[in-house]
Structures are given as C-alpha cells and as structure tokens.
Design a binder for this molecule. Structure first.
Ligand code: PLP
Length: 383
C-alpha cells in the first residue's frame, strides 16, 4: 500500500483515459448498458447512473478515500449532511436511541434533535469529556454513539479510544465526524470506529468551491449508507467529483500549513488584551493529543465583554466573514449567528456557544499578514 501522500495524488492509479493525466469529468447522467459479462469483468454494475453513485468518477473517488482512511470502502455524497444522515438512517430505525456528543456541528444537532425524533429515533446528549457518565445514558434501545474528532465549535478533544471501547462493550455502532482532522491528522478506523464521516466541502476539497461528503467503513456498512443516500437522492455530481479529486491531491501539503498557522495564531491570540479565551488543541494539555498527527486549522476565541464581536467580524480585511471552513483562505464566523443559529438560546448555552465566540478557519496565508489583520480588527472591536 503506498504512503497516504502518494494515495492523495494518485488514488488507485487508474489507467489513463486517452492519455489524460487527470481523471476527466464524466459529464454523463447515464451510461450505456454493459453486457453482464462485460460488467462483471470491469467490476461495475451494468446499470450506471449518477444518483446510484456508480459512475467512474464517483467510484474512483470512493476507492481513493477508502485508501486514505484505511477503510474497506467509502462513498461520496452530495454534502457532509448527506453523509451523516445516510450513516445514521442506515443504522437506526424507529424505536432506536442514540448517544451524541454535545456540542457538535449545529447541523448534526439539528438533524438529531429536530428531525430524527419525527422518525421515532431518540437521543441523549452526552458530555464527551466524561466517559464515566455515558453508561448512565444507555437505554435498552441504544444502538449508536456519535462524536466529532475535534468538536465544533470549541475544538474539544475527547478520549476517542474510550468511545470505541464503550461502543464495543455495549454493542453500539460508533460514528465519528472527522471533518476537522482529515485522514492526514487522524485515522479513526485504526482506533476502532465503525463509520468515519466527513464534510468534504471543508479540508478534503480545500478550496471552498464544492459541497460534498464522505462515508468510510466496511463494505457492508458503506453499501447500506449508500443505498439510503441513493434513496434520499444525495449523490455527488460529476463536477464536484472532479474538484474533490483535485483538492485531495494536495491535502497532505495543505494540512501541515493549516496546523502551523492555526497554532501560531492561537499562541498570539492567547496573549492579546480583549481576548478572554482561546480554543485550539495546540494550547490544551489534553492527554488525547497524542492520537493526532496535527490539530488542524480550526480555532475558536472568545472576545471579552469590552469587545464587540460584530465589529470584529466587520473589521477583518484579509480574513473573510463567511460560514464554512477548511479552505486555503482564512474565514471568521460567529457560531451563535451561523452554524448554531438554528438552535434555541438554551441549546446554544448548553453547547457552550457564547455570543462573543469567534470561530476561525485558519488558511494557508503568510502568518504575519494574518496576525496583522487580527490585531487591527481586535483593536477596532474594542474601540
Ligand atoms: N460536519 C462538520 C464538523 C461541519 O463543520 C459541517 C459544516 O460546517 C458539516 C459536518 C456539514 O457539512 P456540509 O455543509 O458539507 O453538509
């Protein structure tokens, strides 16, 4: 098996098509039927259709992502939420109960808190940092535990081995959203997770120009998630497949720069008057840091009450005030006004999301320029 850096560039190294050195965009919704013998020889379904997620671009991307994750199989989806919903809906049914770390990405919480209950799927929010409390949340119907590798938006690291041990001891499926870590910084399958999920819109794509998701797992679980995703219509389109494959080719080059820049900005922020708290794993003394090769480009910081978060967001010049994350450019956002806006004020408070919290997706610009931009915006926010 080649090194992940080589896999990121070449995937399975499929035969070149007409000599093109990159996989072309297969801009076809449907494909001519192959004879059964021909299909078997090529290892493909004789009926190929974009929604079925069995076109050449989709299949090759799935193989590349499975290799990167060290999983048996992987499948691409139309968004991170398509991947998360497919994984949960293919594992759970009416009457089941799941445990979910709190806080996690607001869209995932919205799905679990507000949509799955209508299908008869119940949940209990758990404190990821307190494994001893998880057993108390189990019911006879509990079937799944969901966590994030580095949780959104407070960048909390939890004992991921405790999660997989707990899941195995209680016959639960373990799912992990590893969007903030990427396979360059964490390989959850090696820790015993059953299903790894990504919003590929973020670091895997890396350029804020596509929307996609990934489910990586065993063949059986990936197929089940894919069947659910196909039924709900969440397949990835041909252009996004191309862009995602292109983005993945530089993942191993981009991630260390995100890691370094975020750690440097976090160190600088921690010394600034007006900044009450900084959340980045590089500053934490968490014993779980050793699981990660790097801590990624996501950080959070809390402006103290003397500063105006809205003014900070309006004052940045190099960074952009925008939702989403994981691209080469630095973005800043207020979680209480974006990713967690759909939650009630009580749900936000329980998730530790204050109005002064700013989440930063640190890009790969020159760090001095970023620091200068943050310095002027913090100064203006306190004016
Ligand atoms: N998971 C995490 C950690 C996220 O931050 C996001 C989006 O911000 C998602 C999942 C959802 O991804 P998408 O917007 O691609 O559906």
């Amino acid at each position: 098996m080649p090194h992940p850096n080589t896999t990121a560039v070449h995937g399975t190294h499929p035969p070149l098509i007409d000599g093109a050195v990159v996989q072309p965009i297969f801009q076809a919704a449907t494909y001519a039927f192959l004879e059964p013998d021909d299909a078997a020889e090529r290892g493909v379904d004789p009926v190929r259709y974009t929604r079925y997620t069995n076109t050449p671009g989709q299949v090759e991307l799935g193989r590349k992502l499975a290799m990167l994750e060290g999983a048996e199989a992987a499948c691409v989806t139309a968004s991170g939420m398509a991947a998360i919903s497919a994984a949960l809906l293919s594992t759970l049914q009416a009457g089941d109960h799941m445990l979910i770390q709190n806080p996690v990405y607001g869209g995932t919480l919205d799905l679990v808190l507000n949509h799955l209950p209508r299908l008869g799927i119940k949940h209990t929010l758990i404190d990821g940092s307190d494994p001893a409390s998880w057993a108390g949340a189990l019911t006879r119907e509990t079937k799944l535990i969901h966590v994030e590798a580095i949780s959104n938006p407070l960048m909390q690291l939890i004992d991921l081995r405790a999660v997989t041990d707990f899941a195995k001891a209680n016959s639960l499926t373990s799912t992990i959203d590893a969007t903030f870590a990427t396979p360059m910084n964490l390989r959850p399958i090696e820790l015993g997770f059953d299903i790894v999920l990504h919003s590929a819109t973020k670091y895997l794509g890396g350029h804020s120009d596509l929307c996609a998701g990934v489910v990586a797992s065993t063949h059986e679980r990936t197929d089940a998630a894919m069947r659910t995703m196909v039924a709900f219509g969440g397949s990835l389109d041909a252009n996004s497949c191309f862009l995602l494959d292109r983005g993945l080719k530089t993942l191993h080059v981009r991630m260390p720069r995100h890691d370094e820049n975020a750690a440097a900005l976090a160190r600088w922020l921690a010394d600034q008057p007006g900044v009450a708290k900084v959340h980045h794993a590089s500053l934490s003394d968490s014993p779980h840091k050793a699981l990660f090769a790097g801590f990624g480009g996501m950080l959070g910081f809390e402006l103290d009450p003397s500063a105006d978060a809205g003014k900070f967001l309006r004052s940045v010049r190099l960074a952009t005030h925008a939702a989403s994350l994981g691209g080469v450019e630095t973005l800043v956002v207020s979680p209480s006004r974006s990713s967690h806006a759909k939650l009630t004020a009580e749900e936000r408070a329980a998730a530790g999301v204050s109005d002064g919290l700013i989440r930063v997706s640190v890009g790969i610009e020159q760090i001095d320029d970023l620091i200068a931009d943050f310095a002027q915006a913090i100064a203006l926010s306190r004016g």
